[in-house]
Design a protein around this ligand. Structure first.
Ligand SMILES: Cc1ncc(COP(=O)(O)O)c(C=O)c1O
Length: 454
């Protein structure tokens, strides 16, 4: 059977190169061009570039199209909404798609307590607002976040984001009262780090040396007084930080510590959300019911939309007029999100993600058995990654090899992304609707790329 990859020119071809040249003259270099291709069409998991090359998209717009590019019911819902009205501003006039989406998110997020949801435009905006709400409710100012965490690029979220280059360098001063503690990154942490490659971190896997009350108390003793902390914000599996899932026992211990000190637990599910980990939310792997949950990315299948969902008493704390914005919960984005959530249920997308994750993990582990440059294979469901190292003993990150692998995969028709503080993690964010045969075709191309460069 012919595959879906079709290459008519080298990648990038002349038309992509021409647009990239115009971009270089019109757009500041700070906005990165992670791949050098210009896109003219995208459908499902296939992206067509300006030169007519068809590529498999293992990046999914950085985790935004879990339901695939141009999911038919998302396209139909947006067109239908546009035929009614495009914008009235929710703080000015109420419309049903916003209210229905809030009801829906209140119902499907973990926990059956009374909840509220309000809508925003981007992940960073959701995180900013989650912190505002937590401060308003607790009357406390401090926020605790994690090494390797990523929460956005606005001033407060940059303070929460860990990685200096390229995100923070030159952009200070950052928002005050933000305290960073170590993330339980087992592969790069003492005893658990001696695990054999391919046994990547799983929830309930190797015991975590940081998962004790005593250890948490030690950490807080030299960081911040817990009674002044409004919230701890955590990605249960680091996204930009390199697809590192936290061990369950650590999350249990942290959640207990937070509860005992009146600290709210904010789960940032912006990248882990909407089926990616094999469950609708990563929290479900941990039995965690967070006080607040932030979502964005795949919520609206490609339209800009983000949400803050949480305990009704917490979210009702800010005064009338304290929350909102001009575009937050735009009707087109709400219509798209309702169609996305319908598709998640009807097409059993989280279950498909779990199967896809197994398919990818199996293949990554086979490669790890042959190539010592693969130091770790890990991740929940289809949020799978491999970490490339110079050698397994030193675990020195191999950022250059990672860049070569991504380029070689693109040459063979696969859009692939890296992540991680050290830039040496190859991650998969393919649409969760991608057929098994297409995932196989993409993996085959990556395997050829790997064999060609090591
Ligand atoms: C976990 C997490 N939080 C927040 C953000 C910021 O989202 P946005 O880029 O929509 O502002 C991201 C983006 O990658 C993310 O992965």
């Amino acid at each position: 059977m012919p595959g879906v990859i079709q290459l008519r020119t080298e990648v990038p071809g002349p038309k992509s190169r021409a647009l990239l040249a115009r971009r270089g003259q019109a757009v500041p270099r700070g906005v990165p061009a992670v791949t050098p291709i210009a896109v003219v069409h995208a459908e499902g998991a296939v992206v067509t570039d300006a030169d007519g090359n068809r590529l498999i998209d293992f990046g999914g717009g950085i985790g935004v199209v879990n339901t695939g590019h141009r999911h038919p019911s998302v396209v139909a819902a947006v067109k239908d909404q546009l035929d009614r009205f495009g914008h009235v501003c929710f703080p000015v006039s109420t419309y049903e798609p916003y209210v229905e989406l809030a009801e829906r998110l209140n119902r499907i997020t973990p926990g059956d307590h009374p909840k509220r949801t309000f809508l925003l435009n981007s992940g960073a905006e959701a995180v900013e607002n989650a912190i505002k709400v937590a401060r308003s409710f607790t009357g406390r100012q401090a926020v605790v976040c994690f090494e390797h965490g990523f929460h956005g690029r606005t001033n407060l979220t940059l303070a929460l984001t860990s990685k200096v280059m390229p995100y923070k360098k030159g952009f200070g001063p950052f928002a005050p009262e933000v305290y960073r503690i170590p993330f339980p990154y087992c592969y790069r942490c003492g005893e658990a780090g001696k695990r054999v490659s391919g046994e990547g971190t799983q929830v309930g896997g190797a015991p975590c040396c940081m998962a004790s009350r005593e250890r948490l108390e030690q950490i807080f003793a030299t960081t911040v007084d817990p009674t002044s902390v409004a919230a701890v914000i955590m990605e249960l599996e680091l996204g930009e930080g390199g697809f590192v899932p936290a061990p369950k026992e650590y999350v249990d211990e942290l959640a207990r510590f937070a509860r005992d000190h009146g600290i709210l637990f904010i789960a940032d599910e912006i990248q882990t959300g909407f089926g990616r980990t094999g469950k609708l939310f990563a929290c479900e792997h941990y039995g965690l019911v967070p006080d607040i949950i932030t979502t964005a990315k795949s919520l609206a299948g490609g339209l800009p939309l983000a949400a803050v969902t949480g305990r009704a008493d917490v979210l009702d704390a800010p005064q009338v007029g304290g929350l909102g914005g001009t575009y937050g919960g735009n009707p087109l984005a709400c219509a798209a999100a309702l169609a996305v959530l319908d598709a998640m249920e009807a097409e059993r997308i989280p279950e498909r993600a779990a199967r896809m994750g197994e398919q990818i993990r199996r293949r990554f582990c086979q490669w790890a058995a042959r190539h010592a440059c693969i130091g770790d294979v890990r991740g929940l469901g289809a949020m799978v990654a491999m970490e490339l190292v110079v050698d397994r003993a030193t675990k020195a990150p191999d950022k250059a090899l990672t860049a070569r692998l991504l380029a070689a995969a693109l040459d063979r028709g696969v859009i692939l992304l890296s992540s991680g503080t050290y830039g040496n993690t190859v991650r998969v964010l393919a649409p969760l609707t991608t057929p098994e045969a297409v995932i196989d075709e993409g993996l085959e191309a990556i395997e050829q790329a790997l064999e060609a460069i090591v």
